[in-house]
Design a protein around this ligand. Structure first.
Ligand code: ZN
Length: 401
């Protein structure tokens, strides 16, 4: 308990407005410049567990604490600015900050050699050991979200200029990324081998962290992409730091209702309710030729609804281009939640695989304790003439993201 209190305090300290003088003196000059105009972020109740995991035969890459702290603090600012731009306040993911200004990165040495924790399935053995670590040190666990970073393998295939070999993906509230010698913010945006490599792996780091913080893939609308660039949760992992990369309102709404963004004092027991929401009424129609209209009335615990329009196939990891729309949320007289959104067909221009008019509408419902539920409604635009309603079928709802 004490530790949580201390962590919250540390987090609050780390989240005050940062000036050049506040950036730790031992950070490198580029980090000082990049962090100099940091926005003041609201203090968080919970922090991401940041873990550096190495096999029993490996050591961390040199200077990992400073390098990763600089990268994490800059990323925290990026998320904070995108939340603010999307009207969600100066809020970002909580990090535990040490007295020297670095992020508290927990070093866990695996019981087996590094090849035991390789890309593909090595995350299982890793997470088992991480969970055991937290069972033994419950005071160090600051939330249900863990961000695990492993050093690249060094073998005939992988090295510091071609890092890899370790898990690199998001799985529920856990996500995995990697570290290598040139993983250093000084290369950000540089048109050099190290700079292009940094965009790939730092963009990936930012994107995987998004998954670990509850975010699904999504694309922006055609007009948002024209104005703002590439969404982080689309292909932003290939543009971050090099070309304009943004977060959609739909992504930021999910974060705003997630554990790691909860403000200090929050008593919400996140992800504790397995009860799926009730849908009192739902309508989906084509208004005129050019617009789809979704209207829902849902049980009161639903606080956020996003609508994603996707082209086939409707499967995991083929959803990068699902165009995201955040619904207008309201309350009905009976206390139920209402959600409504207009989807202009012109905004779906980037859906590339529409065959005929076949699409799916994914309705993501988020409850007041952060859980996400989905209802997928396949439909065919060719069978939806102007000013007609679209058959939504019987709701089949599943938990997940
Ligand atoms: Zn992804």
């Amino acid at each position: 308990m004490n530790r949580c209190f201390v962590s919250a305090l540390l987090c609050a300290v780390g989240m005050n407005a940062v000036t050049v003088a506040d950036v730790p003196a031992h950070f490198q000059q580029r980090a000082k410049v990049l962090l100099a105009d940091s926005i003041a972020l609201e203090p968080c109740e919970h922090q991401v567990n940041v873990i550096y995991f190495v096999g029993s035969d490996r050591e961390p890459v040199a200077d990992y604490e400073r390098r990763l702290s600089e990268l994490l603090l800059y990323l925290q600012q990026y998320y904070g600015r995108e939340m603010a731009r999307n009207g969600q306040g100066n809020r970002s993911f909580g990090l535990t900050i040490k007295e020297n200004g670095e992020v508290n990165i927990m070093l866990i040495k695996g019981k087996k050699v590094h090849t035991h924790y390789a890309y593909g399935s090595g995350h299982n053995a890793c997470l088992e050991e991480v969970n055991r670590y937290f069972d033994e040190h419950p005071e160090l666990r600051t939330s249900q979200h863990s961000f695990v970073i492993m050093p690249t393998h060094y073998d005939e295939q992988y090295n510091d200029l071609n890092p890899g070999g370790v898990p690199f993906y998001g799985l529920g509230t856990n996500c995995f990324a990697l570290d290598y010698a040139h993983f250093d913010i000084k290369h950000l945006g540089q048109n050099t081998k190290e700079g292009r490599l940094l965009t790939k792996w730092y963009g990936g780091f930012a994107h995987e962290l998004g998954h670990g913080l509850n975010l699904p893939h999504n694309d922006g609308t055609a007009s948002q992409n024209a104005a703002l660039g590439t969404p982080l949760m689309e292909a932003g992992n290939y543009t971050f730091g090099f070309k304009p990369t943004y977060m959609t309102l739909a992504s930021c709404r999910i974060l705003a209702n997630s554990e790691i963004f909860a403000p200090v004092g929050s008593t919400i027991k996140f992800y504790s309710n397995n009860q799926e929401p009730t849908i009192s009424s739902a309508s989906f129609s084509r208004a005129g030729e050019d617009t789809l209209v979704l209207k829902l009335e849902l049980s009161p615990e639903v606080v956020n609804v996003n609508a994603y329009v996707q082209d086939p196939p409707f499967i995991v990891n083929r959803d990068y281009d699902a165009v995201a729309f955040a619904c207008d949320m309201g309350k009905a007289a009976n206390g139920n939640t209402t959600a409504e959104v207009n989807i202009p067909l012109a905004e779906l221009a980037e859906l590339k695989n529409v065959k005929g008019g076949e699409m799916a509408l994914d309705i993501l419902m988020q409850t007041n304790e952060g859980s996400r539920f989905r209802w997928r409604v396949p439909f065919d635009l060719n069978n939806a003439p102007a000013d007609s309603s679209i058959d939504m079928g019987k709701p089949v709802i599943w938990r997940g993201y």
